[in-house]
Write a protein that binds this ligand. Structure first.
Ligand code: ADP
Length: 261
């Protein structure tokens, strides 16, 4: 894909937000949203003095409302900005708060862009130390306009160790390079499955794929997250693992990654 990297539109910071971390993936279903949610919670858990926000710009498939157990429409501030919804100490904004649940978003590009503009510019975050942004999968219009509109501290790329996911993760990393967004590193999700009965470990999606890709690209691996039933159940019930089981090994994997970010 060719990206015009010269003559980028001027980036404008989001008011009140100090650092923006985007969580991206080449493919869908690799655990990007699960990672974004748990990373936001881990940043907050590691330093309780920090204010953390979570912005879901996955317009076609917003997962943050369900994972953070939030629904409803945002209230408007006096200056007509949307107030984020709050749970587990994290300020959240999502396309899912603006459309009806179970209603598919059937939009043309222009409508998507105006929704993104709204999510980037019309939210009253107050003061945030970190805003974690859950991107849509892939390297399309949304990823580009987010990268070009706001200054981004860094991008974190989530991939499974599987070749096909890694190929797309590679493209994602290249896209960020072209638009001059620093890539903080790769997170290898679903790296290993341990049988709860016999404790045997299986690399369902392959072993060290993300590590090899990171090496090729000169990137860091920020950490490995195992494929674990508790992670899936915690997300599905709106009680993310870092919040609900902070002492578990799975939560600790996210907490360690948050230190690297
Ligand atoms: P994406 O945002 O990349 O589409 P999600 O975060 O929605 O992916 O994850 C897809 C599914 O996989 C969800 O059901 C989620 O709960 C599950 N999942 C993600 N990461 C893990 C993991 N490490 N262990 C178990 N299930 C996971």
């Amino acid at each position: 894909t060719q990206i015009m990297s010269r003559g980028l539109p001027k980036q404008k910071p989001i008011e009140g937000v100090k650092q923006v971390i985007v969580v991206a993936s080449g493919k869908g279903g690799v655990g990007k949203s699960t990672t974004a949610v748990n990373l936001a919670l881990a940043l907050a858990a590691n330093d309780s003095s920090k204010a953390i926000g979570l912005l879901d710009v996955d317009v076609y498939g917003p997962s943050i409302p369900k994972m953070m157990n939030l629904k409803g429409n945002p209230e408007l501030s006096q200056s007509n900005l949307m107030r984020p919804l709050l749970n587990y100490g994290i300020a959240c904004m999502s396309m899912g708060f603006l459309v009806e649940e179970n209603e598919p978003v059937v939009w043309r590009g222009l409508m998507v862009m105006s929704a993104i503009e709204k999510l980037l510019r019309q939210v009253d975050w107050g003061q945030l130390d970190y805003l974690v942004v859950d991107m849509p999968p892939g390297t399309g219009d949304v990823q580009l306009s987010v990268s070009q509109n706001i200054p981004i501290t860094g991008a974190v790329i989530v991939s499974t160790p599987q070749d096909i996911a890694l190929m797309d993760a590679h493209k994602g990393a290249e896209m960020f390079r072209k638009v001059h967004v620093p890539v903080l590193g790769l997170i290898q999700n679903m790296s290993v499955f341990q049988c709860p009965k016999c404790k045997h470990k299986t690399h369902i999606f392959g072993a060290d794929g993300a590590r090899k890709l990171a090496h090729t690209l000169g990137l860091d691996v920020l950490g490995d997250i195992p494929l674990h039933l508790n992670i899936r159940e915690a997300s599905d019930t709106g009680q993310p693992i870092v919040f609900s089981q902070p002492e578990s090994d799975e939560a600790k994997a996210y907490l360690r990654i948050a230190v690297e970010v």
